[in-house]
Design a protein around this ligand. Structure first.
Ligand code: BES
Ligand code: MG
Ligand code: ZN
Length: 471
């Protein structure tokens, strides 16, 4: 951070390439220079990279996030160490705190990579050593604060990505629990762990049913964050995450290709854990519970069978007609616990249905709920966070899709119809009257490319939305 009036001409790094970001003028726009594009230019005999940001009116935080990521990648490509000077931008850019955080989020997330299992280094991804933001004296503190929180948020997203990218035989429910334990100690959170014995004793029948086929024992986790300067007006909030550490489909076995990415089926739980870290680190003033329902979904001689009936924590029974529709079974128990604990609003997040990927693709998540104002609140947060969510309905008249011949409901809907909605309708059965929203992140939880601030693999989708919402 540099204040106005200090030496403005040192944006060229010692041995490196300088960067200037500025809005694209009309003639450049006519030349087809795209937003976020970075081009080398010689200015005063120095090689400078100019990043074009389009027109100031049109700029939104997510453009800046992508620009930050491009920048960090570009600096790596040119093996340069660079200092970024945003002074060339009009003040409207730096005046907006959002955009500064977005820029830094992009920079941090763009430099993420998961290298635990590479024995040959791919080389440092970026040579970008520092970023200089030129701001007026009065604003320094504000921007320093927002720079700090951007870093904490991006580190949270990176934590979620790490958890998701870890191979499924390593990231088991037990390993996930150990990590949650370490986090609880570090951040002074209270952690409650239901092991397989407690899960049985306390009638978490949905989780138990899914876990039956696996040699790995399941876990239910509850993290509790109670801030010292609690805002008395803030609602007690529960976050609930689907944590299937590997989804083979169970006896309703997936195809080989179908299960290739199914280590990512714990992205919801990863998002909950990472969000708790960020919220605690940033001193969120609400009381928050984070539930993570963790198990593998495996086929075996002890696995649950299509046709079996489970009795859930709430007492409601579910006929399991497809063991691959397991997410809703484990979430049913976690949602019931959240209601029991007196949550005043609940958000669940889950890689729940392939149907949602068909409907919205891989860059947009589905949002459903029983409270319209809560849905719009979270949706707004998601747009600010650059994680697009699109509202889907929970139609009363489709409740017939999950009617069972012998139990209170069945775990699949009508074949080929509204699969995301019937999953949502089943979850709704377990939240009673508590305001609740359900995020189906089956699409955006994973990225197939290294585009922008995403990296191939787990994206950590949801962390930024949840934190933006609750902060
Ligand atoms: N984990 C999957 C959903 C999924 C699919 C996530 C693709 C990410 C990418 C979930 O457990 C599942 O298998 N759902 C079934 C439900 C069906 C059997 C009713 C599905 O979507 O096919
Ligand atoms: Mg499944
Ligand atoms: Zn699943």
């Amino acid at each position: 951070m540099r204040t106005k009036g200090s030496d403005q001409n040192d944006f060229q790094g010692e041995e490196g390439v300088g960067y200037v970001a500025r809005f694209t003028n009309e003639s450049e726009q006519r030349q087809g220079l795209k937003l976020g594009e970075i081009q080398p230019t010689v200015i005063d005999g120095k090689l400078i990279h100019v990043a074009y940001l389009g027109s100031p009116e049109a700029l939104v935080p997510d453009d800046v996030r992508r620009f930050g990521a491009n920048l960090v990648k570009k600096a790596g490509r040119f093996k340069s160490s660079a200092v970024l000077d945003l002074e060339a931008l009009s003040l409207s850019f730096v005046k907006n705190q959002n955009l500064v955080s977005a820029l830094l989020e992009g920079v941090y997330l763009g430099s993420y990579s998961f290298d635990t299992y590479r024995t040959r280094s791919r080389g440092s991804k970026s040579g970008l050593k520092s970023i200089v933001l030129t701001v007026s004296e009065d604003d320094v503190e504000t921007y320093q604060t927002s720079a700090k929180s951007a870093k904490i948020l991006a580190e949270g997203v990176a934590l979620a990505r790490d958890l998701i990218n870890e191979p499924p035989s390593t990231m088991t429910p037990r390993r996930f629990t150990e990590i949650a334990q370490e986090i609880a100690t570090t951040y002074g959170l209270e952690l409650r762990v239901w092991d397989e014995k407690k899960i049985e004793e306390e009638n978490l029948g949905g989780l138990l049913g899914v876990a039956k086929g696996s040699n790995e024992p399941p876990r239910m986790l509850r993290l509790h964050y109670l801030p010292s300067d609690l805002d008395p007006a803030a609602k007690k909030t529960a976050l609930v995450g689907k944590g299937i550490t590997f989804d083979s489909g169970g006896l309703s076995l997936k195809s080989g290709t179908g299960m290739m990415t199914m280590k990512t089926d714990m992205s919801g739980a990863a998002a909950v854990l990472a969000s708790m870290v960020v919220l605690a680190a940033l001193g969120c003033r609400r009381e928050i519970y984070g539930y993570m329902a963790l198990t593998e979904n495996m086929p075996s001689g002890t696995a649950q069978k299509p046709g079996d009936v489970l009795k859930t924590r709430l007492g409601k029974t579910i006929e399991v007609l497809n063991t691959d529709a397991e997410g809703r079974l484990v979430l049913a128990d976690a949602l019931a616990l959240a209601v029991e604990d007196g949550a005043e609003q609940i958000l669940d997040i889950a890689t729940l249905t392939g149907a949602c990927v068909v409907a919205l693709g891989t860059e947009i998540g589905g949002i459903m709920g029983n409270d319209d104002s809560l849905v719009s609140q979270v949706r707004e947060a998601s747009l600010d966070a650059g994680e697009e969510l699109w509202p889907l309905p929970l139609p009363e008249k489709y409740k017939k899709h999950i009617e069972s011949e012998i139990a209170d409901m069945k775990n699949i809907g009508q074949a080929g119809q509204a699969g995301t909605l019937s999953a949502g309708l089943l979850l709704q059965e377990f939240v009673g009257d508590v305001p609740w929203i359900h995020l189906d992140i089956a699409g955006p939880a994973r990225s197939e490319s290294d585009e922008g601030y995403l990296s191939k693999g787990g994206t950590g989708f949801g962390v930024r939305t949840v934190c933006t919402w609750l902060l």
